[in-house]
Unconditional design. Structure first.
Length: 268
């Protein structure tokens, strides 16, 4: 079975449901979960927003609510899609990158953060936000919170700041693998669990065997697709990107090339 398809995603969620995990969105976690076993569903809509809608429909059919974090850039910010996903009962959040876009100018970043948050609140009463990694920028978007507090903006959660990672296992599909953490530049956390899984199938087996951690935050990007062409192209791109990113962290010339390619990509 091909991994990172909608079909696989459905099997994955069904395996958790069959083992009595409560599937919740991020703000539900922030408010306090009344369950011993839960899986928080988080999606960063970095691009290909159309795929996000397909995942949202699938989750809706299974009766679960996830959190979709949208960026302000045009690849992610598609009003029609945001509206539809909200109407399916999902949580909408802001995938912010203001400090990187403002090139470190804190006051300007605060101003755009407020404006962008107000914009997303025209679709949904946004209560949680989540950092975008901005891997080619020297600014870490989380630095913003050294100067401001979530409650200043009427927010209750930010996965990197308000998740108890001693208790909650963090799972991310970065680079089309569940153990691709070495490719992540910023969107990673210190896990106090020393287990890793490679494929969705590995996870399904462990969940069904009852040995998967009881509490988990799962970040699934919106690159999951059933279409053969898109699936193949995305796998090739992620393979190249992973390797370039990996080398770029260790080599200056590669870093410059990677950074130029990413900028050109987002402009196109
Ligand atoms: Zn992102």
């Amino acid at each position: 079975m091909r991994d990172f398809t909608l079909k696989t995603y459905k099997h994955l969620l069904q395996s958790f449901l069959s083992r009595n995990y409560k599937l919740i969105n991020y703000s539900a976690y922030c408010k306090g979960v009344d369950a011993d076993k839960f899986l928080i569903l988080r999606h960063d809509v970095d691009e290909i927003a159309g795929n996000a809608l397909k995942m949202a429909k699938l989750e809706h059919e299974l009766g679960v609510s996830a959190t979709y974090y949208f960026r302000i850039v045009q690849q992610s910010n598609k009003p029609e899609i945001i509206r539809k996903i909200a109407s399916l009962g999902h949580e909408i959040g802001y995938h912010y990158e203001d400090l990187a876009l403002a090139k470190g100018d804190l006051q300007f970043a605060k101003q755009t953060f407020e404006e962008n948050l107000a914009y997303f609140r025209t679709f949904y009463p946004v209560k949680t936000v989540c950092m975008h990694g901005s891997s080619t920028s020297k600014y870490d978007n989380r630095e913003f919170w050294k100067n401001f507090e979530l409650k200043d903006f009427g927010l209750i959660g930010e996965p990197y700041l308000t998740t108890n990672f001693n208790e909650v296992y963090y799972l991310t599909d970065t680079g089309y693998a569940w153990d691709g953490g070495k490719f992540a530049v910023r969107d990673m956390v210190e896990n106090s669990f020393d287990v890793t899984y490679h494929s969705s199938d590995d996870i399904i087996k462990v969940v069904e065997a009852g040995t998967f951690p009881d509490k988990c935050l799962m970040l699934a990007h919106t690159l999951w697709t059933d279409g053969y062409f898109q699936w193949t192209m995305l796998h090739i791109r992620e393979f190249l990107r992973n390797n370039l990113k990996y080398v770029a962290q260790r080599n200056k010339l590669a870093k410059t090339i990677y950074s130029k390619l990413v900028k050109a990509y987002w402009k196109s």
